[in-house]
Design a binder for this molecule. Structure first.
Ligand code: 13P
Length: 252
């Protein structure tokens, strides 16, 4: 049975003190929570990973990185390698976020390499993808999404693919306040599962968690999460306040 997951992508927000406060608030709110079929993940910036891992030690909160370099090590100024993440206790990495694709020119080809490096280092991958507004307007959204999955992930063998969490984030819904309707999210998630069944098999398709991301808030989370193929969310803005993030976790 696939797990429900709520992950907070803090992006380039929160200094050390603020990160500490946020974790404190989330921990407090989750004290008596049942984690049986649920995972809660937070993704601070690189510089706050170490301290966040320490502060979440005796809790069920997991810590993810927002990015990672594809090489093992070397002369890549400003970059962070996979084993530097695992070394400080990080077990999950977000790859392919639209902001990385858009502002840092990350291509599907590069992402395929990053995915390989992450999995080879026992990092679970949250793989992000999603269409631009223009793609949706021209009804190319299914094609674009299938292509992103195919070029970024479908070189993986079934066993490795099972270590990937998918995050469908339509770019037009990120940070815009505009959310995909629950029906639009369900339609795309069901399509993704069909594509996975075709590429791998039905069992694999049904075992993969597919998260929705894009302006998820306490007010709309329950309705989106109620859809059959939506297994949780990747949350940006609303993950920066513990009350909002906790309310979203409550909605799963
Ligand atoms: P918002 O929730 O701020 O729209 O961001 C979504 C996102 O990009 C999560 O990775």
């Amino acid at each position: 049975m696939r797990k429900n997951i709520v992950a907070g992508n803090w992006k380039m927000n929160k200094n050390l003190k603020e990160a500490k406060e946020l974790v404190k608030g989330i921990r407090k709110g989750l004290k008596n929570n049942n984690f049986e079929n649920k995972r809660v993940i937070v993704a601070p910036s690189f510089i706050n990973l170490n301290s966040t891992v320490k502060r979440t030690k005796k809790s069920n909160i997991e810590v993810a990185a927002q990015n990672m370099h594809e090489a093992k090590s070397g002369a890549y100024t400003g970059e962070v390698a996979a084993d530097m993440l695992t070394d400080v206790g990080v077990n999950v990495v977000i790859l392919g976020h639209s902001e990385r694709r858009m502002y840092f020119n990350e291509t599907n080809e590069l992402l395929a390499k990053k995915v390989n490096t992450a999995l080879a280092n026992n990092l679970e991958v949250i793989f992000c993808f999603g269409e631009l507004l223009e793609d949706r307007k021209t009804e190319k959204h299914f094609e674009v999404v299938e292509n992103q999955l195919s070029e970024g992930l479908f070189h993986l063998l079934k066993e490795d693919f099972s270590k990937v969490i998918l995050a469908y984030e339509p770019v037009w819904a990120i940070g815009t306040g505009e959310t995909a309707s629950p029906e639009q999210a369900q339609e795309m998630h069901a399509f993704i599962r069909e594509v996975l069944a075709k590429k791998y098999d039905e069992k694999t398709a049904n075992s993969i968690s597919i998260l929705y991301g894009g302006s998820v808030k306490p007010a709309n989370a329950k309705e989106i999460f109620s859809k059959e193929d939506v297994d949780g969310g990747l949350i940006g803005g609303a993950s920066l306040k513990s009350e909002d993030f906790l309310a979203i976790i409550e909605a799963i």
